[in-house]
Design a protein around this ligand. Structure first.
Ligand code: S6P
Length: 625
């Protein structure tokens, strides 16, 4: 009871803080207004709260992220958007949970497949593994499997191109489900946009005797992607429309809005968290019903979801400690150092996932922020098994940390230990000592249960300690995972903000490796340069192909060709932006960028000089803006 009270206080406190700090922005410029960036779906809009996140202090960054995350749990505000707790959403979750329950009662020849691209695929893996483990613990047949576009290597590295391939999605699904009598297919696409997932959903609709499709995402169906998919006759939106025709019986759509991401389009953050909250609530409610011989109820489902809301508020009640971590990680990145997450037990995957996402999100090197987990591949339970032979990037065990990183560790690097009271604290302490011999920049995140106490011996070795205490419950492991995800997302995002990778709330130097990112790049260019979309696309193509004039064979080529070429080039969006702002050649843009290695500084310098060019002499207002 005490815990419930204190967390509702924390939640209230976080929300009040956010309101106090951003009342002006949120009151005058709500993202829910039909006039706010109407050309973007929610998942791609820029969040009004984080407009100035690039200039915020570590403490302020954490408060901004808390305010953005709070939007996940906001109730219906009477707009077109349904939210996590809306009746329609909870009703569909209930229906899906009942289907899961039936499969659990009669699992023969049945499969529950979770599938997605990038972060959505990683969460599919995380959730499927967790629930299979829970079935194994009860000596039950395992029924879950996962698909991630690009295969298991995409769990740890960026394989963004496979996201664009609907046929590959279908082939992978067909192969996985060979011989099954009943398949519940859960396709996750936060933006209702990934062709890989759309192909799979369409395939399920065409084979209703075996497949029941569920779509999980965070845009209204009217905002599903409209662009044609390579080699396919339908768009994502058309597939969703077909699902709507079957809705409630043979197809389900769970798509609450959770508000725009803190860094525009970065669906690994709220999109990933909301996917975890939503699917784990559905599956846990189904497991409870099936193994206690009851039926899934709305109440059990809502209790689970409220539990996650408390995780949010309890985690952010430690904002100061999160800010300390973010600051130290930011300093490491700024001076060319590394950030390492050393995780134990169930937190291992959360660390690996957060670290691997920095590569596509911030164009980071895999050594900048890197995760290692105590059990390595043995504990991961991934379909393709040990991936170590694929290269150093795939070395994820603590032994790998000891041989590859520890020898060269110094005070420039930040090491974060992530463990819980269920892990071998002696092992954690041993590792802490080894790290401490090399660097004093050691920190810890510990999850404990009420009544037990954290190991002081480890705390004494750390320069900062974040201990979170939780009441015991059957789902506490999943709550620890979400809490750790929120902390790590804040650390990796915040540290890259401090490194200057973000301009306003846009990641300008994005890698243009698939069609979603290609279109996002054009829109960022348009927003920052204020010229037409056509001019922006031309500038982007010039930067991708490194040409001053666009020949016919480039302009007539498809987006897939452009993204393939772009994946071999660096800094194409900043280059295009400088060209647009200054009206200069690519080579001049390159030399300007060389003199400003920090992207935010480069953009600001160009904006200032473009204002000089356009303002009349003596016009102080425009030059000083
Ligand atoms: C986003 C992440 C991406 C997305 C992927 C799938 O932060 O870097 O890899 O997860 O593009 O997106 P969606 O909208 O289909 O879930």
């Amino acid at each position: 009871k005490h815990w419930t009270n204190s967390s509702s206080f924390d939640l209230q406190h976080s929300l009040t803080m956010a309101k106090r700090d951003f009342s002006e922005i949120s009151d005058t410029c709500s993202w829910e207004s039909p006039d706010y960036e109407p050309w973007f779906p929610v998942s791609e809009k820029s969040n009004p709260l984080t407009r100035d996140i690039d200039k915020a202090s570590p403490n302020h960054i954490v408060r901004l992220l808390a305010a953005c995350d709070a939007q996940m749990f906001q109730t219906d505000t009477g707009t077109i958007y349904q939210r996590l707790f809306s009746d329609s959403v909870v009703r569909t979750m209930l229906e899906v949970a009942r289907t899961v329950e039936q499969i659990l009662r009669d699992p023969e020849d049945s499969l529950i497949v979770l599938s997605g691209c990038g972060t959505s695929g990683r969460l599919a893996f995380l959730i499927a593994s967790r629930f299979n483990r829970s079935l194994r613990d009860r000596q039950q047949t395992t029924v879950y499997s996962y698909i991630i576009a690009g295969g298991d290597r995409a769990l740890l590295t960026s394989q963004e191109a496979s996201e664009d391939d609907p046929k590959l999605g279908i082939l992978t699904l067909e192969k996985l489900c060979e011989g099954k009598r009943h398949v519940l297919f859960i396709g996750i696409s936060c933006g209702l946009s990934a062709p890989f997932v759309a192909g799979q959903l369409d395939f399920c609709l065409k084979h209703p005797d075996i497949y029941t499709p569920v779509l999980v995402g965070f845009n209204p169906v009217t905002q599903a992607r409209e662009e044609t998919m390579p080699g396919y006759s339908l768009t994502f939106r058309e597939v969703v429309q077909r699902m709507e025709e079957q809705r409630g019986q043979r197809a389900f759509i769970i798509n609450p809005a959770v508000g725009p991401e803190a860094i525009s389009g970065s669906s690994r953050m709220k999109g990933g968290s909301a996917t975890k909250i939503l699917l784990e609530s559905v599956l846990a409610a189904a497991h409870t019903a099936a193994f206690t011989n009851t039926h899934v109820t709305r109440r059990v489902l809502l209790d689970m979801m409220r539990g996650y809301e408390r995780v949010y508020s309890v985690t952010y009640s430690h904002s100061d400690q999160i800010a300390t971590l973010l600051q130290t990680a930011g300093l490491s990145l700024q001076c060319g150092g590394r950030v390492c997450y050393l995780s134990w037990g169930s937190l291992g995957l959360v660390g690996l996932i957060d670290a691997s996402e920095c590569i596509p999100t911030f164009g980071a090197d895999y050594e900048d922020i890197r995760g290692f987990t105590s059990g390595g591949y043995q504990d991961m339970d991934n379909i393709e098994g040990d991936l170590t032979s694929l290269g150093s990037q795939f070395c994820v065990a603590h032994e790998d940390f000891v041989s590859l990183v520890l020898p060269t560790l110094s005070d420039r690097d930040t090491v974060l230990l992530l463990y819980t009271c269920h892990d071998d604290v002696g092992e954690v302490e041993k590792m802490a000592h080894r790290v401490r011999e090399k660097t004093s920049n050691l920190h810890s995140l510990y999850h404990g249960l009420e009544g037990d106490s954290a190991a002081d011996s480890i705390a004494l070795l750390c320069s900062s300690v974040l201990n979170i205490t939780w009441p015991s419950s059957s789902t506490v492991h999943m709550q620890w995972e979400l809490s750790s995800k929120l902390v790590l997302n804040a650390v990796s995002t915040g540290s890259h903000v401090l490194k200057g990778k973000i301009y306003r709330n846009h990641m300008v130097d994005l890698q243009v490796t698939n069609s979603k990112l290609y279109h996002r790049a054009i829109h960022i260019l348009q927003k920052l340069s204020d010229v037409s979309l056509t001019q922006c696309e031309e500038a982007l193509l010039k930067a991708i192909y490194n040409v001053e004039q666009l020949p016919e064979d480039i302009t007539s080529a498809g987006v897939t060709t452009h993204t393939l070429t772009a994946s071999r080039r660096k800094r194409v969006v900043p280059l295009a932006l400088v060209c647009l702002l200054i009206g200069c050649s690519l080579s001049e843009a390159e030399s300007r960028l060389e003199s400003h290695p920090v992207v935010r500084d480069a953009v600001e310098a160009c904006l200032t000089s473009s204002q000089h060019l356009t303002s009349s002499p003596g016009d102080q207002t425009s030059t000083n803006q």
